[in-house]
Design a protein around this ligand. Structure first.
Ligand code: GUN
Length: 291
């Protein structure tokens, strides 16, 4: 069993991005610029945005944060998006989700210019991904493909089972793994909360990608011997042994599942660090595309 080290791979990719940014700026080109819009004070969103800003700094990408109270109106937020769409210095931007209930996520995501949509959430970019055209790939699925590629994990003709069907992870993941492309070409089955014979299907997985959002959901008896297991879940749970009183766990019962796997991602330190790296890559790409 080999543990997939997302921290190590993300550090490598960050170094590659930093080198590329340094090369571009040495040639007198513009410094890539990512803007992040944060509405309200959801603690998880605060942490994610802070990590994105920190990662930008580490690789030489300029970043800016736009923070608003949860009482901002939908109309005001759409105006913020219009301004960022028109701001020539901003190469790409994200609106951190979730948004307060009175704001339509759909309207907000539709308003972002597809050329600046470095999250890859705009319907145009989702459509381009499904068609296999060049686009901004959503960060978490792209990070997972990068891990699979850098570990040299064989995917061609394999059965990949994706558990979860969110717009951010499960759905794009299933699309990417079934593409006629390198590090893909899988036969894909997508499972979700209404799947009746889940265990029967997960037991067939050569590659099992879990993004269901339930702590320790995948148990030892649901995984085939020698499977590759990718855990997208991240949950903070109480811990008697940790000094802080809590620890992070995933959607996979790691301690019992890991011994059966050929490869497995830990939580933390697996998929998580790769997500931000994909966002940085998309920002660099957005900047290069604008010339
Ligand atoms: N909320 C959870 N994940 C994401 C993400 O990848 N991008 C944005 N904008 N919001 C999120």
């Amino acid at each position: 069993m080999e543990i997939i080290d997302g921290k190590k791979i993300s550090a490598q990719v960050k170094q590659e991005i930093a080198d590329e940014v340094a090369r571009m700026t040495a040639e007198g080109k513009k410094v890539p610029h990512l803007a992040a819009v944060l509405v309200g004070n959801d603690p998880a969103s605060e942490t994610y945005v802070a990590s994105k800003v920190k990662a930008c700094q580490a690789v030489g990408i300029k970043s800016s944060e736009f923070r608003y109270g949860s009482d901002i109106s939908e109309e005001q937020l759409l105006e913020v998006i219009d301004r960022l769409n028109d701001d020539a210095d901003v190469d790409g931007f994200i609106v951190q989700l979730p948004l307060p209930k009175h704001i339509s996520e759909e309207k907000v995501l539709n308003r972002i210019s597809p050329d600046k949509d470095v999250d890859g959430f705009h319907p145009c970019n989702v459509g381009r991904m499904v068609l296999g055209l060049p686009t901004f790939l959503p960060a978490t699925p792209a990070g997972i493909v990068e891990l699979i590629a850098r570990y040299g994990i064989e995917t061609e003709g394999k059965h990949c089972v994706v558990v979860g069907r969110s717009n951010i992870v499960g759905t794009p993941m299933a699309v990417l793994m079934s593409r006629k492309a390198k590090h893909a070409n899988c036969t894909v089955t997508m499972c979700h909360s209404r799947t009746k014979n889940l265990k029967e299907i997960t037991l067939q997985a050569d590659i099992l990608i879990v993004a269901i959002g339930v702590p320790n959901f995948i148990k030892e008896d649901m995984v085939r011997e020698g499977a590759v297991v990718i855990d997208v879940g991240i949950h903070r749970v109480p811990s008697e042994t940790a000094k802080s009183g809590w620890k992070l766990i995933g959607d996979v019962d790691y301690d019992h599942v890991a011994p059966k796997c050929s490869y497995i991602t830990p939580v933390p330190g697996g998929v998580g660090p790769m997500t931000i790296v994909s966002l940085l890559k998309n920002t660099l790409l957005a900047c290069q595309k604008r010339g």
